[in-house]
Design a protein around this ligand. Structure first.
Ligand code: FES
Length: 153
């Protein structure tokens, strides 16, 4: 008995005509659907497309956009590039860890948030910067952390 809806995964596979050369696109769709790449889904795709599981894992671990562990509904990325770091980025990250009760790289138990650190998101003048999903929060301060979390709760 599968722990996922095989019809949904079949739908993704069929969308690409069951063509193995679209494996990366299929994995992107799986990631979008589940917010990570569940092992049993990868096994299913491996079986359906007759691609060795090891090859699928090679792709899944090569691209940063794929995750093998569940991600939260919202991704909070704290910039610790040089400009943000010197302006207190680490304090923002520490505060987010405390407020969310997770370490960097982890997901909250309710699967609402995943906290990550990144190196420069391209708007150094606004540092320190926190990016939630696709929304940029510039000139971040520790005192604004709770408000930002509230906004997405
Ligand atoms: S260092 Fe943070 S945006 Fe460039």
């Amino acid at each position: 008995m599968e722990t996922f809806d095989t019809l949904e995964v079949d739908h993704i596979i069929e969308k690409y005509g069951s063509d193995r050369s679209f494996l990366i696109s299929m994995l992107h769709d799986v990631q979008a659907k589940y917010r990570f790449l569940p092992e049993d889904v990868l096994r299913y795709i491996s079986h359906k497309l007759d691609i060795p599981l090891i090859n699928i894992y090679r792709i899944a671990t090569f691209y940063k956009s794929f995750s093998l562990t569940p991600k939260g509904k919202h991704q909070i990325r704290v910039c610790l590039g040089t400009a943000c770091h010197v302006r207190g980025g680490q304090r923002i990250l520490d505060s987010l860890e405390r407020n969310l009760g997770v370490k960097t790289g982890e997901t909250t138990e309710d699967e609402k948030f995943t906290l990550e650190r990144v190196n420069c998101v391209g708007c150094c003048a606004l540092g320190p910067v926190v990016v939630v999903d696709k929304e940029y929060h510039g000139n971040m301060e520790v005192s604004k952390v709770e408000k930002v979390i509230e906004k997405y709760s």
